[in-house]
Design a protein around this ligand. Sequence first.
Ligand code: B16
Ligand code: MG
Length: 217
Amino acid sequence: MGQIKACLFDLDGVIVDTAKYHYIAWKELANELGFEFSLEDNERLKGVSRMASLNILLEIGGITLNEEEKVRLAEKKNDNYRTFILKMQPNEILAGAREFLEELKARGIKVALGSASKNAMTILERLQLTELFEAIIDGTKVSEAKPNPEVFLKGAAALNVAPSECVVFEDAEAGVEAALAGQMKCVGIGSPSVLGKAHLVIDGLHQMTYEKLMELN
Ligand code: B16
Ligand code: MG
């Protein structure tokens, strides 16, 4: 008998690894601009919006551009990135994600997406996961980036539950902070050294169960 009524999921790093495709597309852009972009640099872009990511990339390359040029480059990167995600297959869903989403549905726990990505709908469609989400709050629906809790508060509102009745699943530190700022429980996916503020940290959704969820009450 718990008060947890809903789970809100980040997308990249929780349900699927799109970071590897973002990396290829950002790296190609950096190379065209004449500088290197490492996997370590890519870590700084996780959970960060497209424009904020471009700003970080340009800072790494020591390049200053006007707004119009930035919009053009962000579009160029996104066009390249989309060629990868349009080829994604359901077998790219991270271990345990579909199973846990199905278990939540069977148990009557509501489910929403809370992602910074403007490509979230395309990705969920490619993975054949769309129907498992009652609400999808993505980068097209928010104006404030994580650690602002807007994306998760909108998710709770769309599911008609109180923030205190929600558990957020996040792989980025800013996402954990967003969940806590929204007065929600949070399960971190990744390293406890980065996500230590979360109520529970696991390696992936394959380690998550309904019982562990209820223990967060
Ligand atoms: P897009 P998440 C985030 O997804 C990614 O982690 C981040 O690297 C990306 O820049 C951001 O989405 C925006 O993506 O360019 O597709 O709008 O972790 O919030 O699900
Ligand atoms: Mg993420």
